[in-house]
Design a binder for this molecule. Structure first.
Ligand code: ASP
Length: 306
């Protein structure tokens, strides 16, 4: 069985609810990314290619908090983090606080494939991008009017309008391909109103992103500091591998007990070695979607798990 799941961030659902029009935009954005990743798996492609393709679509969509449409720092800039991991080889690549790379997930992948390192940050990451011929864009490319509005609201202590689920967000994908290999990818603008230089859980292997064949692939969204302190994605993998806990139970325990006990909230998408998908969150909602070769296809944002 092959399978893919994606998320577009977890958070509070706006009290008055998203307008029908806006719900449709989110739904269409998720569906486009899901189907793009699924198409890779369907034609026999790797899970690594599938998660890269799906995350790239979400990065280009200004509705979601990654690349174009990223949440802004308190100084109004976009600083982007991304990571991916290949469960087959346990190789991983990540970038943090990049300001000019159009698709950070592609750069994370290049770090994995072409450098001797796992994580490159800031100017060094962008120097590497230049050397590798990546498309660089002005920081203004990432900054949308909605994100400026969000920042103004947060700065003045007001809550955000209908637009963003919370000051957080993030996009991610996990997949199992027909050969049984797992991969995970995550990309984010981080928390809105963050200090410049702040790095969250998304690009930290084991915290917001992790994959290991035969065990699970995990991508997280939520308050990154808590996911980092819990090493949440690896905690889930370790629970599955060493304690023999099923994926759903491992995710549930991590989110609803361990993370909650620390005071953190958020969501997880994960897939196990057989291709079973888990979508769970402790926030009011999570933009999420999943599809597998047995006919599952779901695109959702509201309360019920899955
Ligand atoms: N986890 C991300 C971070 O803390 C944000 C999010 O997913 O909401 O950077």
């Amino acid at each position: 069985m092959y399978a893919i799941a994606i998320h577009g961030g977890a958070g509070a659902l706006p009290a008055q609810g998203l307008s029908i029009e806006r719900q449709r935009l989110y739904h269409d954005g998720l569906a486009a990314a899901l189907d793009c990743g699924y198409a890779v798996l369907e034609r026999g492609g790797s899970s690594l290619d599938a998660v890269t393709a799906a995350v790239r679509v979400l990065e280009d969509d200004p509705l979601f908090n990654s690349a174009r449409g990223a949440a802004l720092t308190r100084e109004g800039g976009a600083e982007l983090d991304a990571a991916l991991m290949d469960g087959h080889t346990l190789r991983a690549g990540a970038v943090a606080t990049v300001r000019h790379v159009k698709n950070p997930i592609e750069l994370a992948r290049r770090v994995m494939e072409k450098s001797r390192h796992v994580l490159l940050v800031g100017a060094g990451a962008e120097e590497f991008a230049l050397e590798e011929g990546f498309e660089l864009v002005p920081n203004a490319y990432f900054r949308t009017a909605e994100r400026h509005e969000e920042l103004e609201h947060l700065r003045s202590g007001r809550t955000v309008s209908e637009l963003m689920p919370s000051p957080q967000g993030t996009v991610g994908a996990v997949a199992r391909d027909a050969a049984g290999h797992l991969a995970a990818a995550t990309s984010t603008g981080g928390m809105a109103n963050k200090r410049p230089g702040r790095v969250g859980d998304s690009p930290i292997i084991g915290a917001g992103t992790y994959a290991k064949d035969g065990v699970c692939a995990v991508s997280a969204t939520g308050h990154g500091e808590y996911f980092m302190r819990l090493v949440a994605a690896h905690h889930i993998a370790a629970s599955v591998e060493y304690r023999g806990v099923g994926l759903t139970a491992a995710v549930r325990e991590t989110l609803h007990e361990r993370l909650r006990d620390l005071g953190g909230t958020g969501g997880i998408i994960a897939v196990d070695g057989e291709g079973h998908i888990c979508l769970d969150f402790t926030t009011e909602g999570m933009f999420r979607a999943a599809r597998d070769s047995k006919g599952l296809r779901v695109v959702a944002s509201g309360a019920a798990t899955r």
